[in-house]
Design a binder for this molecule. Structure first.
Ligand SMILES: [Zn+2]
Ligand SMILES: [Zn+2]
Length: 349
């Protein structure tokens, strides 16, 4: 099969021929139709400090996929050949304290698909049957490939109640944009997105944001929101989606007393935060990683099934589709930080 391959512990990827993986009795074999390019994959290609510390090479990267089941191991239940599927890319141990308590997203021995085991930038992949998510038959392949990052967005957006609340979303990359759409769907009052890309701020309003603030030129979101939306106090709920060093300190400055911050953006270094303000303003900051297994999957699937508006908004996040043979152009588009999600099509190589 054709696969994008990280040959050794150094920068770069190559498109090469690999053997089709053989599923164990607990696994299924999936023919991959689409793979989304994630920030994680850009780190792996660049081979930065995070990749060097977390990734096992050689490796087929990729974890955001949609495909069709072509073979099912003898011990797998509730998944059948022909099912159209995505998958939870965190493969958990099943026996640690959190796994045994049903909090599998908090497993401390997780292995990542496309990070510590071969992933989805290939024509075929294997996955434990327990990690497979079977879609409704009519799901669009591109939307199916979005389920992993959409799950990040849903996990963040529903970490705290948003009904009637004013929500600040710092960072309008694909996951920030989807979180805006979900907060709107879930009943927030005002949703304000920030970024430094005019294109991404335009996408934020298409997602249902009331206001997009360019933090490079417009200044403090709270001041702009008070002027333009008539907000009188700070934000009630924040989603930090950028990982940028100045985003969390700015978020803390923009919250109302008692505000709650869900933080998905992964900083690359230490960040100085005014902890005095966190204390005196009684703020909550919660780290968000991955998706709850499998409540987040259930929730996002149901929301897409019942809301055409949300479905159309989420589908519009895909801003580039490339044949697998054009993977270098696809990675360049994904690295531009100026659009939505880029998806690779494995039916065209
Ligand atoms: Zn991802
Ligand atoms: Zn575990």
């Amino acid at each position: 099969m054709r696969a994008l391959y990280k040959l050794d512990a150094a920068p770069g990827l190559i498109m090469t021929e690999r053997p089709v993986p053989v599923p164990t009795e607990d696994e299924v074999l999936i023919r991959v139709l689409r793979t989304g390019i994630c920030g994680t994959d850009l780190h792996i290609r660049r081979w930065d400090d995070w990749a060097a510390s977390a990734v096992t090479a050689p490796l087929v990267p990729g974890h955001e996929f949609f495909g069709e089941v072509v073979e099912v191991g003898a011990a797998v239940r509730d998944v059948a050949v022909g099912d159209r599927v995505s998958g939870e890319g965190h493969i958990v141990c099943g026996t640690c304290r959190n796994c045994r308590a049903g909090r599998r997203q908090m497993c401390n021995r997780t292995k990542g698909l496309g990070v510590q085991r071969d992933g989805a930038f290939a024509e075929y992949l294997t996955l434990p049957g327990a990690n497979v998510w079977v879609h409704h038959a009519d799901v669009d392949p591109e939307v199916g490939a979005l389920f992993d990052p959409l799950g990040n967005a849903v996990h963040t957006a529903l970490a705290f109640p948003v009904v009637g609340e004013d929500v600040l979303v710092t960072g309008c990359g694909p996951i920030g944009l989807m979180a805006i759409a979900v907060a709107r769907h879930a009943g927030a009052r005002f949703v304000v997105g920030t970024d430094v890309s005019a294109n991404r701020l335009a996408m934020a309003s298409a997602m249902g944001a009331d206001l997009g603030v360019d933090v490079g030129t417009d200044g403090d979101p709270i001041r702009v929101a008070q002027e333009r939306l008539g907000m009188r106090e700070g934000f009630d709920v924040g989603f930090e989606m950028s990982g940028a060093p100045r985003a969390l300190p700015a978020m803390v400055d923009n919250m109302n007393h008692g505000g709650r911050v869900a933080m998905l953006g992964l900083p690359t270094g230490e960040i100085a935060v005014d902890w005095g303000k966190v204390v005196t303003h009684m703020l909550t900051v919660k780290g968000i990683y991955g998706r709850e297994m499998f409540e987040t999957w259930q929730t996002m699937s149901s929301m897409l099934q019942t809301s055409a508006v949300l479905r159309d908004r989420i589908a519009s996040i895909v801003s580039g589709r490339f044949a697998a043979g054009d993977w270098e152009a696809a990675f360049a588009a994904a690295a531009s930080a100026d659009g939505g999600k880029v998806v690779i099509d494995w039916t065209e190589i």
